[in-house]
Design a protein around this ligand. Structure first.
Ligand SMILES: [Zn+2]
Length: 182
């Protein structure tokens, strides 16, 4: 990898380089991951390292923002994909979902940021889309009671499901089902 390429990754906060190299800022004494959202430093103050240990050995301190000290901190993309996969597996049960996401070991806020950054959509919006899609499928392909469909896509109240569904499709669930069967 050339210095130019690394500098470009840093100036673009390019997360796909996370874990591949680190950069340190001489004026602050801090080292960061390429994706760090801190203000882009001046080029002449930056030096590059292959590993966090090398940066530390040169006397740089880890950044509190991108947590460049956490060795097991997975590259952003991997986290985003993991979150996405878990949402896909368990969006139906919000409590189970929260537990699953907690196991990833990063804060909700950070996770939301990562997800938004990677997919350009918020976690909750993504989850709503999954729920809506599944609800539509159940309404059109099954004869399940609407209340059961509401439960199975993660709602514990019929009224919130109605509101959610109507917002998403413009139709109440029963009317949507009727439309599908025409
Ligand atoms: Zn940083």
């Amino acid at each position: 990898m050339t210095l130019e390429e690394m500098w470009k990754a840093v100036s673009e906060n390019n997360a796909s380089y996370d874990g591949i190299f680190f950069y340190a800022v001489k004026s602050t004494g801090i080292y960061c991951r390429p994706s760090c959202k801190s203000k882009t430093p001046k080029r002449e103050n930056v030096c590059f390292f292959n590993t966090a240990e090398q940066a530390r050995a040169e006397g740089f301190r880890p950044c509190k923002r991108c947590r460049s000290d956490l060795l097991d901190y997975k590259p952003i993309k991997e986290i985003a994909e993991k979150v996405k996969r878990r949402l896909g597996d368990s969006f139906r049960k919000s409590c189970k979902l929260n537990r699953e996401l907690r196991q990833l070991g990063i804060s909700q806020r950070r996770m939301a940021e990562i997800f938004k950054g990677e997919y350009g959509i918020t976690l909750s919006k993504y989850m709503s889309n999954l729920r809506l899609k599944e609800a539509k499928r159940l309404l059109s392909d099954t004869n399940d009671e609407i209340i059961n469909i509401a439960y199975s896509v993660g709602f514990d109240r019929l009224s919130s499901f109605y509101r959610f569904f109507k917002n998403g499709t413009g139709l109440p669930p029963a009317a949507y089902r009727k439309e599908c069967r025409k």
